[in-house]
Design a protein around this ligand. Structure first.
Ligand code: NAD
Length: 391
């Protein structure tokens, strides 16, 4: 519903292209820029899968000079970002291509934005906001989950505080995002499952977010509708093009909603798991989602009735108070269907660490203030304890 006086805004890359075979438009798109030296940022997994060489060869054939940085294993940290920026500064890269999931894309976006900074530290620490991007940035997502191809944030592990932290600036929005679902065909089932549920987290959290607007809800709704029929297909039948196309679209739409409305408590509680235990972002979000909504959905039952409808769980419009449980049960069951862990104990989290994690999560105001439920440290600890043992 439009509220008079409310401002709805969507920011997108200048070019956003979606579809199978759209990778073929990469070279013509790059030729529009007066550049010769391209910095290709990706990671070890994609190198092993042969995808990095496939793209590097395309670039070389088109007579670009290519410098490749793939020294990334696991999710990115601020020291890694600093190293990547230095590497690309020395290579004098004139344009950055980010090839990969959220890890490679976030690193590429932040590198392209910070290339002219001799000391990028204040921007990484969050004490300065990046004013503008230095060199063009083109991204090619290879997972279907983070939506990083259309967001203006980038997330890194902070080794000092052992919590993940986002840097946010419009300068992080890529110039060009080419979403070719064929690039996700080689994505392993576990990554497909975790990143796919991550996309759903973006859709549902942005749908109920305090900052949600009619425009962002439209994207979130469509993402949730496409999620249910496609997630299991993409995970269990990885070469099924329909499932891959569906999940790439879910990721993209949910990314637009997330980028412009923000996410909430599920992400806040996931950050300490990523920072200290290096649990993949998608795995952490997928696991925590049912436990968090079990508590927080109480204040937004009508929105959960909508969500139950999008997931085809039944018509809860006249009994919205029952909708949260239907959604929570669906999400909990999904963990098993997709072979994802369903308790913190399974992930090897130390039970004695839960109070510190609750303290860390309770400080992530950016996300907690965007949640339509007031969570304090005590309540967060209660959620972690439940997630430790399971329902
Ligand atoms: N900027 C944002 O808006 C945003 C949103 C959500 C998450 N994130 C961040 O994104 C990161 C997670 O990204 P992700 O879930 O996409 O996973 P990822 O980028 O970390 O990739 C996971 C693994 O899958 C491999 N992989 C990816 N695509 C593949 C393919 N097609 N074939 C073979 N292997 C492939 C990678 O090599 C890696 O080993 C986290 O750091 C998270 O915090 C950012």
């Amino acid at each position: 519903m439009f509220i008079p006086g409310q401002v709805s805004e969507i920011r997108l890359p200048k070019v956003l292209r979606f579809g199978t075979q759209t990778l073929q438009t990469l070279i013509p798109e790059l030729k529009l820029y007066p550049v010769k030296r391209i910095g290709l940022i990706s990671d070890k997994g994609l190198e092993r899968a042969g995808v990095v060489e496939q793209i590097a060869a395309m670039l070389r054939e088109a007579e670009f000079e290519v410098t490749t940085f793939t020294d990334i294993a696991g999710e990115p940290t601020f020291p890694l970002l600093a190293r990547t920026i230095r590497f690309m500064q020395e290579a004098k890269a004139e344009l950055i291509v980010g090839l990969g999931g959220g890890t490679a894309m976030d690193t590429a976006k932040a590198t392209a934005a910070l290339m002219d900074k001799e000391d990028p530290q204040p921007y990484m620490a969050g004490t300065a906001v990046i004013p503008n991007r230095t060199i063009p940035c083109v991204v090619l997502p290879t997972t279907s989950g983070t939506g990083s191809e259309v967001t203006y944030n980038a997330i890194f592990g902070d080794e000092a505080t052992e919590v993940k932290r986002g840097i946010v600036s419009h300068a992080l929005l890529p110039d060009v995002a080419i979403v070719d679902p064929l690039l996700t065909l080689s994505c392993p089932p576990k990554v497909t499952a975790a990143s796919g549920v991550d996309a759903f987290t973006h859709a549902i959290e942005s749908y109920i977010a305090v900052r949600a607007t009619p425009l962002t809800r439209m994207y979130a709704e469509q993402a949730m509708k496409l999620f249910a029929p496609n997630i299991a297909k993409a995970v269990h039948f990885g070469s099924n093009i329909e499932g891959r196309v569906g999940m790439s679209m879910v990721s993209l739409l949910a990314g637009i909603a997330l980028g412009n409305a923000g996410v909430g408590a599920v992400h806040a509680l996931a950050y300490p798991l990523g920072g200290k235990y290096h649990i993949e972002h998608g795995v952490a979000n997928a696991l925590l989602m049912p436990y968090v909504f079990d508590v927080t959905a109480a204040t937004c039952t009508e929105a959960f009735a909508d969500v139950a409808g999008f997931l085809q769980l039944g018509d809860y419009a006249h009994r919205p108070h029952e909708a949260p449980q239907a959604v929570v049960q669906y999400l909990y069951g999904l963990l098993r269907t997709l072979d994802l862990p369903s308790t913190l104990r399974e992930l090897g989290v130390d039970e004695a660490a839960l109070p510190l994690m609750a303290q860390q999560a309770s400080k992530i105001d950016r996300l907690l203030n965007n949640t339509p439920y007031r969570l304090n440290e005590q309540k967060i600890l209660g959620i972690y304890r439940k997630a430790y043992t399971g329902f």
